[in-house]
Design a protein around this ligand. Structure first.
Ligand code: FPP
Length: 246
């Protein structure tokens, strides 16, 4: 997709790009409602934005991108909408997987995929298997994901390993806990972006976001552009990250 970039890209410091960006892709429903369309049209437009923003991140050299596609709470939505979202995921994988694979993108799913219907579950398994050895960029798709649920899972797994004698209680620290999360081995998100005017994290990367810089915008996700991403990064680069120091 071609798109006019109005930001001054000279303002972007390519030496200090965020390593890991997380995006809460919010506002699809409102985008559709504003146009008098059913909500799933908004999700469909949102999916097109996924394709574009993944490309922009890849070109920029962002190492890790995490997209919040479906939360553990999203099952509460009408079944028609849940079905539409599952279907879009399948469409996305069937249409984009080869290109992502050729671009050396590794797809990782954050969340419990065992609860997904058969077809999306099989497709995400195919995507993760096919791309498992890729090293260009990690695309995490948070799917049936909740930050608190992830922490509960980690606590249970750590207890199991303590019982088995694999680790001791004394060895448990911040770094150990990170290794029991879906994002094991990956850096924490430096920057979390949430469009659509909502100012909260909604159970997204709850443990990993301890020191993330947050960037909010009123733009609805289907209207989000590469230019918005540049604005977020330029803003991020102006911040003074102290990690508790001075
Ligand atoms: C939140 O907007 C968005 C979602 C719950 C789904 C996001 C999914 C996509 C963008 C498409 C599929 C994704 C992939 C990775 C293929 P909302 O519906 O809560 O919007 P609203 O707050 O305006 O109602």
């Amino acid at each position: 997709m071609t798109e006019k970039i109005s930001n001054n890209l000279n303002d972007l410091d390519y030496e200090r790009l965020p390593t890991h960006i997380g995006i809460i892709m919010d506002g699809n429903g409102r985008w559709a409602k504003k146009r008098g369309l059913p909500r799933h049209f908004g999700h469909q437009e949102g999916m097109k934005k996924v394709v574009h923003i993944v490309e922009v991140c890849k070109e920029l050299g962002i190492g890790n991108l995490t997209l919040y596609a479906f939360s553990t709470e999203n099952w509460k939505r009408p079944s028609l909408e849940v079905d539409a979202l599952m279907n879009l995921l399948v469409v996305f994988i069937r249409k984009e997987l080869d290109r992502l694979n050729n671009n050396n993108v590794k797809i990782i799913i954050l969340g419990d995929t065992s609860q997904l219907p058969d077809i999306p579950r099989n497709e995400v398994e195919r995507a993760t298997n096919l791309t498992s050895n890729n090293s260009g960029m990690i695309l995490n798709i948070a799917l049936n994901y909740g930050g608190r649920q992830e922490i509960v899972m980690a606590v249970k797994d750590i207890f199991t390993d303590v019982n088995k004698g694999i680790i001791t209680i004394e060895e448990i620290d911040d770094k150990v806990i990170l290794e029991y999360l879906y994002t094991k081995g990956q850096p924490d998100p430096d920057l979390i972006i949430r469009p659509s005017g909502e100012l909260r994290l909604s159970n997204f990367l709850t443990y990993q976001s301890a020191y993330s810089e947050l960037w909010f915008s009123d733009v609805l996700w289907p209207d989000f552009t590469g230019d918005d991403l540049y604005s977020a990064i330029i803003d991020y680069q102006k911040r003074n990250r102290r990690f508790g120091g001075i």
